[in-house]
Design a protein around this ligand. Structure first.
Ligand SMILES: Nc1ncnc2c1ncn2[C@@H]1O[C@H](COP(=O)(O)OP(=O)(O)OP(=O)(O)O)[C@@H](O)[C@H]1O
Ligand SMILES: [Mg+2]
Length: 500
C-alpha cells in the first residue's frame, strides 16, 4: 500500500515541507480519532478538481462507519462539497452526510489543514449520531480537546513540527488522559489515568491540583509549557511503578504570539513492560558472567597442567600435556569472546585473530620463523559452532607448523581463509610447507590431532573436510609461493549453516 508521502507526491504538487506537515499530522491521527470517537480521513485536492484520500484512521473509542480501506481512493461524491467548502473558506464546516446502509444522522466535520498560512489538505471527521457514545463527562472533555486541536490545525499550530514520538510505545488516549488548564492544574483525569495515579499512591480527588502538588514528577509538563512542544517522559514513580507520559501543550497563536492555554497529558503504565526489559537484560548479563567464569576456570586448569608438564621427565608426556594446555586455552578464548557479546553468537573473525596470536606465541621459534595471516570473514556464528571450530582450527595450525616445516629451514607462511554464504561456511588453512606424503590418506590418519578434527567437523558440525597438496591457484589466491621441493598443503572445511 502506498504511504501518505508517496500518495501526496504522486497526486499533488505539495512541497516537501507541506508533505511532512501532513505526515506529522497523520502520526497524531490515532489520538485525534480517539478524542472524537470518529473516523478521520485526510483529503488532498488533485489538479483535475477531484479529491483523494491519503490517510484514514478509525477510533479505538468508537464505532467505524467505514468497513473498507479508502486510502488511495477518490473522495465520495456526496462528501466533496463540504470538503471543498472547508478548503476554500479556511474554516471548519459541519453538515449531514449520507451513508449507504446506515439509516440516518451521519455527520461530517471538515477541517482545513493549514501550513504556514496555506490550506494544504482537508481532514474530515465522520460519525453517526445513532451509534455514537452517550455524552458523559469523559466524552465532553475529549470532544472539547478534539475541537481545541481542530482549531490548532486550522491556525497551523498543530501538528507540532519536528520528530513525532515513537508511536509503538507512546501512550494513547485509552491508556489514560489528564487534561490540564493554563496553570497546569488538573481539569479532568480519565478513569484509566485515575487508576494509574492510584497505583502510584494518589487516591485523593485530583481535580484542581497541579501534578507537583499531587507528588507526581511534573518536569514534562513544565517543559511542554515552556517550549510549547510535546514532551515525552518516562519516570519511575516508585520502585514498582514506571509511568510513560506524553504531554501536549494546547497552543493558541495570534499575530505570531503563542500562548499555552492548557495541556493534554497521556499516561501509560509501562511497569510490566520495563520489568520484563530488566529481566531480559539481567539474563543477558548472567550468561555473559557465566562465560567469563568458564573462561577463568579453563585458564586455571591450563595453568595447573602447565605446572604439571614442567615436572614431567618424559618428553612425550611433556608434549602431550603441553598440547592439552593449548587446546584448553583455545576453548577459554572462545568463552572470553562470548563473555563480551550480548547474545549467543559472535563474529568468528574476533576469535580467529586472537587464536592466531595464541598459536604464534606458543609455536614461534627463532629457527623456524612463521608468518600467520587471516583472509576473508566468517560472519557471525553461534557459540555451538564457534567452540568446536576453534578447537579444529588450532589443530590445523599446529599441524601446519609441526609437519610443514623443519627447524632451521627458514620457516614459512600459513594463511587462514574464511568465507561464508547464507548456507555454508568455509575455513581453509593453507601453508607453503613441505606438503603431505603422496600416500597420505585422511581417513587412515591415526594421529590425535586429525582424529579430533574429523570427529568435531563430521559429527558436531555436520561438515566435510578435504586435505590435499596445494594447487598453484590455491597458493596464488592467498599470495603464497612455494620454494623448491615444497608443495604446500590445503585443508578445507565446509560447514553447512542454518538459515536465519
Ligand atoms: N599441514 C600439513 N603438512 C604436512 N603434513 C601434514 C599436515 N597436516 C597433517 N599432516 C600429516 O598428518 C599426520 C596426522 O596429523 P595429526 O594431527 O593427526 O597427528 P600429529 O600432528 O602427528 O599428532 P598430534 O596432533 O596428535 O600431536 C601428520 O603426522 C602429518 O604427517
Ligand atoms: Mg597434529
Amino acid at each position: 500500500m502506498a504511504t501518505i508521502g508517496e500518495l501526496a507526491r504522486q497526486h499533488t504538487a505539495l512541497s516537501k515541507e507541506q508533505i511532512s506537515h501532513l505526515i506529522n499530522l497523520s502520526s497524531e491521527w490515532g489520538m485525534l480519532a480517539d478524542l472524537c470517537f470518529s473516523d478521520l480521513m485526510m483529503h488532498v485536492p488533485r489538479e483535475d478538481g477531484t479529491w483523494i484520500v491519503i490517510s484514514q484512521v478509525r477510533a479505538a473509542t468508537g464505532q467505524t462507519l467505514y468497513i473498507d480501506d479508502r486510502v488511495g481512493m477518490t473522495a465520495r461524491p456526496g462528501d466533496v462539497p463540504l470538503i471543498a467548502k472547508a478548503f476554500d473558506t479556511s474554516t471548519i464546516v459541519e453538515d449531514e452526510i449520507f451513508f449507504e446502509g446506515v439509516a440516518d444522522d451521519c455527520r461530517m466535520m471538515a477541517i482545513p489543514v493549514v501550513h504556514q498560512g496555506d490550506v494544504i489538505a482537508v481532514m474530515s471527521r465522520e460519525w453517526s449520531r445513532r451509534t455514537g457514545r452517550q455524552l458523559g463527562e469523559l466524552e465532553r472533555h475529549y470532544l472539547d480537546l478534539f475541537n481545541t486541536f481542530a482549531s490548532m490545525i486550522v491556525r497551523g499550530d498543530f501538528p507540532f513540527p519536528g520528530r513525532v514520538a515513537d508511536s509503538s510505545v507512546a501512550p494513547r488516549v485509552g491508556d489514560g488522559a489528564i487534561v490540564l488548564d493554563g496553570k497546569a492544574r488538573v481539569r479532568y483525569a480519565s478513569p484509566n489515568a485515575t487508576s494509574a495515579l492510584h497505583r502510584v499512591g494518589i487516591s485523593t480527588n485530583v481535580v484542581g491540583q497541579t501534578l507537583a502538588e499531587l507528588g507526581v514528577t511534573d518536569s514534562s509538563v513544565r517543559q511542554a509549557f515552556e517550549r510549547k512542544e510535546p514532551v515525552v517522559e518516562e519516570f519511575e514513580q516508585s520502585t514498582e511503578v514506571t509511568l510513560l507520559t506524553r504531554c501536549l501543550p494546547l497552543v493558541v497563536t495570534t499575530d505570531g504570539d503563542s500562548e499555552v492555554t492548557g495541556a493534554l497529558m497521556l499516561v501509560r503504565d509501562v511497569s510490566e513492560l520495563r520489568r520484563r526489559d530488566r529481566l531480559i537484560l539481567s539474563k543477558d548479563a548472567t550468561i555473559r558472567e557465566i562465560h567469563h567464569r568458564v573462561k577463568n576456570n579453563l585458564q586455571t586448569i591450563s595453568s595447573l597442567l602447565r605446572l604439571q608438564a614442567r615436572r614431567l621427565q618424559s618428553a612425550e608426556a611433556k608434549a602431550a600435556v603441553t598440547e592439552s594446555v593449548r587446546r584448553i586455552r583455545t576453548i577459554a578464548l572462545v568463552h572470553e569472546a562470548l563473555s563480551r557479546e550480548p547474545g549467543d553468537d559472535v563474529a568468528f573473525i574476533e576469535i580467529v585473530r586472537p587464536l592466531l596470536r595464541l598459536v604464534e606465541e606458543s609455536l614461534q621459534s627463532p629457527d623456524r620463523p612463521m608468518r600467520f595471516e587471516v583472509m576473508g570473514d566468517g560472519g557471525r556464528l553461534p557459540a555451538t559452532v564457534v567452540t568446536p571450530l576453534s578447537v579444529v582450527l588450532t589443530e590445523l595450525l599446529q599441524n601446519a607448523v609441526d609437519h610443514g616445516y623443519t627447524e632451521g629451514d627458514g620457516g614459512g607462511s600459513v594463511v587462514v581463509r574464511l568465507g561464508c554464504t547464507d548456507t555454508e561456511l568455509t575455513v581453509a588453512v593453507i601453508d607453503d610447507g613441505r606438503g603431505i606424503a603422496p600416500d597420505f590418506s585422511l581417513d587412515d590418519a591415526t594421529g590425535l590431532g586429525l582424529s579430533i578434527v574429523r570427529t568435531l567437523v563430521t559429527t558436531e558440525l555436520a561438515g566435510s573436510i578435504e586435505m590435499r597438496p596445494a594447487r598453484s591457484e590455491d597458493l596464488e589466491a592467498v599470495g603464497l609461493t612455494v620454494v623448491e621441493g615444497n608443495t604446500g598443503t590445503v585443508i578445507e572445511l565446509r560447514v553447512p549453516m542454518e538459515g536465519e
